[in-house]
Design a protein. Structure first.
Length: 118
């Protein structure tokens, strides 16, 4: 299983970015897919996720209303659209996969850095 995250970069406050996570060795029907982030000096935190059936989507309260999670089954890619970015959103963003019935996230991408300037 490989998860390749991309799309990070430098953006001004109020701007937007779309992160991508290309998955190989994973079928979306069998995995929950999500995004997490880790800011300098802080613990990794949850951003957004949807269940394997895409029946439910979850967002962190801090990001709700500003992010949208989507996926392209044909491309086996998950997207995180982030709008109205704030300096406190600066972090390394990681995509992750968790198999059905598993209690922990099994696979992690390498992370992509998002820097929001004020």
């Amino acid at each position: 299983v490989q998860l390749q995250a991309s799309g990070g970069g430098l953006v001004q406050a109020g701007g937007s970015l779309r992160l991508s996570c290309a998955a190989s060795g994973v079928t979306f029907s069998g995995y929950n897919m999500g995004w997490f982030r880790q800011a300098p000096g802080k613990e990794r935190e949850f951003v957004a996720a949807f269940t394997y059936s895409a029946g439910n989507t979850y967002y962190a309260d801090s990001m709700k209303g500003r992010v949208t999670l989507s996926r392209d089954n044909a491309e086996n890619t998950v997207y995180l659209q982030m709008n109205s970015l704030k300096p406190e959103d600066t972090a390394v963003y990681y995509c992750a996969a968790r198999c059905r019935g598993c209690s922990q996230w099994n696979y992690w991408g390498q992370g992509t850095l998002v820097t929001v300037s004020s």
